[in-house]
Design a protein around this ligand. Structure first.
Ligand SMILES: [Zn+2]
Ligand SMILES: [Zn+2]
Length: 250
């Protein structure tokens, strides 16, 4: 007998069945059908469902979006407009797809139908795991979430309080740069560690960058000290401003 790996359709159906089995329990437990409003915050990856008299918060991983205009799917990892740090978790599905040769899991965009979003969300639920899934629709765009945990209002507020309000980009994660870095001229761009857009940061980590002149001072003083810090006058910017500056410097 020759063993053949499950074809994509079969695998996808299994994942959909699995989600359909557990999703009702999730919906009952959190009563998710009885909220009229939703709000999600990309930077903190929190989804809030609410009514006048009650609300509930979840942490989420973005799965992807389905455009009802173009009938096409886009994986979260491929969405350059998204600032959600954990969108890169969905690369795990891409890796799996590459191993199995499942095109829908490896291509960033492709055409689909009204089942596509749920099918791919079911696969993400199967591979990454979570407490449930959710979808919101605004205008022509369906957005799919993998919900990883319920959080309290206080926890959601704490995550939000660590964000900065940028006049250009809105409420978003913060970053630190020296006073010389700007979006108009190349100044060099030295970082505490190699970064990329939407990168997930550890508790202790921050985006931090400084210019070539600051780097010279830093080396002169054998690392940051009062003197080199005074030269750098580190200031706060938003994550997107940070990467805009980084891009003109590379
Ligand atoms: Zn500097
Ligand atoms: Zn900004």
């Amino acid at each position: 007998m020759i063993f053949r790996p499950l074809k994509y359709e079969k695998y996808a159906q299994k994942a959909v069945d699995k989600l359909q089995e557990s999703q009702p329990e999730f919906r009952t437990k959190f009563d998710t059908d009885n909220y009229d409003n939703w709000f999600y915050n990309q930077s903190s990856e929190t989804l809030r469902l609410y009514n006048n008299d009650k609300e509930i918060y979840f942490k989420y991983i973005p799965v992807g979006t389905f455009s009802l205009n173009t009938n096409s799917w886009m994986w979260a990892w491929a969405n350059e407009d998204s600032v959600e740090p954990r969108k890169f978790r969905t690369l795990k599905i891409k890796e799996f797809g590459e191993k199995k040769n499942y095109e829908n899991l490896t291509k960033s965009h492709f055409c689909g139908d009204k089942y596509t979003g749920w099918e791919l969300t079911a696969i993400v639920f199967d591979i990454i795991g979570g407490i449930g899934t959710y979808r919101v629709i605004s205008e022509h765009l369906e957005k799919y979430f993998l919900l990883t945990e319920q959080i309290t209002k206080e926890e959601a507020e704490k995550i939000e309080s660590e964000l900065i309000e940028c006049s250009v980009h809105g409420k978003i994660r913060k970053a630190f740069i020296c006073q010389h870095l700007n979006t108009k001229q190349k100044t060099g761009f030295e970082e505490a560690f190699e970064t990329y857009r939407g990168m997930e940061l550890g508790e202790e980590d921050d985006f931090q960058a400084w210019c070539s002149e600051c780097e010279k001072e830093r080396i002169k003083t054998d690392g940051w000290n009062e003197e080199s810090m005074e030269f750098a006058k580190i200031k706060l910017v938003c994550e997107r401003c940070y990467f805009e500056i980084k891009e003109i410097n590379v």
